[in-house]
Ligand binder design. Structure first.
Ligand SMILES: Cc1cc2nc3c(=O)[nH]c(=O)nc-3n(C[C@H](O)[C@H](O)[C@H](O)COP(=O)(O)OP(=O)(O)OC[C@H]3O[C@@H](n4cnc5c(N)ncnc54)[C@H](O)[C@@H]3O)c2cc1C
Length: 498
């Protein structure tokens, strides 16, 4: 079995993995690294999802990297443009050569006596490949790439039409003139309905319960105007700062005045739809931001609803029939195609198993330190973005923090850093305090957050920035050690020299 060494091993070549590699080039240019990517392409989410209308649901000034301006006039961008941005960034920082495609990371073993990780990946050619490294940065996203969540609907086998999950959209699917039902009310459903509405005979969004849906401008007129006079970087920074502030404000207002925000969000939707849509379809059972808020650019969903071609049903599925779906209310929806926009299957660490000094390491029994590392597990960083703001806002500062830790270890001659909880009063809390189905389903498979700092997850960019960029590294919780007693020397067969 071949064995390759690098200082840093990044799992995943999506938005976060490519960003991490570029940060490493910028912040610790002497470190060697490799990216192991299970697929044959970069981009992760933005390459995998191919359903009609695939787009961001947060603005690109905050979903873009902090070091690479987003210069496309569209602030809420389509999937292919985001993929192009990731590819362009990878090329600009010359990181593509370090990606090993078709390498699915399966296991990682930490050996304290050597202070080194040994990582096993299944290569597409059937080979088991071993990599060793000093630090793992896991950028494997948060869901299982093998398939999305598909509930067991009664009678589904009797349905004569097509059933499609957005995670596996068939390239050749022709939906012109067809009757389509989209099951779900999340970001994917609200994207699909307006994107397909033009071609179909009818399209119904079938939701068990409604979601908060807010219309935002697709283009940022102010930035597009400023771009005529000001340098790109400055426009990006201004828009980014403003949008960070606005999204924090929206979140805080939603938490402080849930009823007022709920009314505001519902009213703006009903106003744009313009005809008598029953407001029950837009009245969620929960407060704004108990689950992720859905964004629709320029109210495209509301426009599709206003034409009458698209509709919403709020009901439960009784069973599938040969020709469609029977609802608990007794109503039947005819369908040629049913799209199950029923969500993702959360999968931490890209499904990789971890071992600490020969023993399996159970992440579900551990706290997450600063939302970045796992209690008692040395030299592994997790890049996990926000659920209430753009993912990359956090991915950027997590990555910068990890590289600051690496630089500090070099300076101090340390080889191992391990978060240790010495505080008995820290209580275990769910990692994410949202009630979304996919998060509830994931309970018991993910680590916990703690009841107090530094184990508490802030979900707040300003607080995270203070903690991760400016906070003390040697805080008495992150234990720095050198169990080998040796300074680190890069083994001769480095990946960088592959
Ligand atoms: C349809 C959709 C729309 C979204 N829209 C937004 C949005 O508008 N704003 C927002 O903030 N967030 C959004 N998200 C969340 C989104 O996932 C993040 O924005 C971002 O793309 C995450 O990037 P990532 O690189 O961390 O993860 P991913 O994009 O999931 O990439 C992970 C990479 O790791 C690879 N990988 C996984 N496991 C392994 C393994 N074991 N071995 C090797 N490689 C592995 C995968 O193949 C993939 O390439 C969206 C998610 C989805 C599904």
């Amino acid at each position: 079995m071949a064995n390759h060494y690098s200082d840093v091993l990044i799992i995943g070549a999506g938005l976060s993995g490519i960003g991490a590699a570029c940060h490493l080039r910028r912040e610790l240019p002497n470190k060697s690294f490799v990216i192991l990517e299970r697929r044959q392409a970069i981009g992760g989410t933005w390459d995998l999802f191919r359903y009609p209308g695939i787009r961001s649901d947060s603005d690109m000034y905050t979903l873009g990297y902090n070091f690479k301006p987003w210069s496309n006039p569209l602030a809420i961008a389509d999937g292919p443009s985001i993929l192009e941005y990731i590819r362009e960034t990878a090329a600009e920082y010359n990181v593509e050569d370090q990606i090993r495609f078709g390498h699915h990371v399966k296991r990682a073993y930490w050996d304290s006596s050597q202070a080194i990780w040994s990582v096993e990946a299944n290569a597409d050619n059937g080979e088991l490949v071993r990599y060793t490294c000093r630090f793992i940065l896991c950028c494997a996203g948060y869901y299982n790439y093998d398939g999305g969540y598909q509930p067991d609907f009664p009678g589904v086998d009797s349905f004569k039409g097509k059933i499609i999950h957005p995670q596996k959209w068939p390239e050749d699917l022709d939906y012109s003139g067809k009757k389509v039902v989209v099951i779900g009310s999340g970001a994917t459903a609200v994207t699909l309905v307006p994107a397909m509405a033009d071609k179909v005979e009818s399209i119904t969004m079938l939701q068990r319960s409604p979601t908060y849906i807010l219309s935002l401008p697709r283009e940022d007129a102010v930035s597009n105007f400023l771009r005529r006079f000001l340098p790109e970087k400055l426009v990006y920074r201004l828009a980014r700062t403003r949008n960070i502030f606005l999204s924090l404000l929206l979140y805080k207002m939603s938490r402080a005045f849930p009823q007022a925000m709920a009314n505001f969000i519902r009213k703006q939707a009903l106003k744009q739809i313009g005809h008598g849509l029953d407001s029950k379809h837009l009245t969620p059972r929960y407060a704004p931001w108990d689950e992720r808020l859905c964004i629709v650019p320029d109210g495209d969903l509301f426009q599709a609803l206003s034409t009458g071609k698209a509709s919403i049903e709020t009901d439960q599925i009784d069973s599938f029939t040969e020709t469609g779906i029977k609802l608990k209310s007794g109503k039947e929806l005819e369908a040629d195609i049913v799209v199950t926009a029923t969500g993702l299957v959360i999968q931490p660490l890209g499904g990789a198993e971890l071992f600490l000094d020969g023993k399996p390491f159970d992440i579900t029994q551990k706290l997450c330190y600063k939302g970045v590392m796992l209690q008692d597990l040395p030299n592994l960083g997790l890049v996990f973005g926000y659920t209430n703001a753009s993912w990359t806002l956090k991915a950027d500062i997590v990555t910068e923090y990890i590289f600051r830790v690496l630089g500090h270890m070099d300076q101090k001659g340390m080889r191992q850093c391990t978060p240790r909880n010495q505080d008995d009063i820290v209580q275990f809390r769910p990692f994410l305090d949202m009630t979304s189905g996919y998060i509830k389903r994931a309970e018991g498979t993910i680590p916990h957050q703690g009841s107090k700092a530094p184990w508490r997850l802030h979900q707040n960019y300003a607080l995270d920035l203070m903690m991760l960029r400016y906070g003390k590294l040697d805080d008495g919780v992150l234990e720095f050690s050198n169990p080998t007693g040796q300074q680190f020397a890069t083994p001769a067969s480095s990946v960088a020299a592959d």
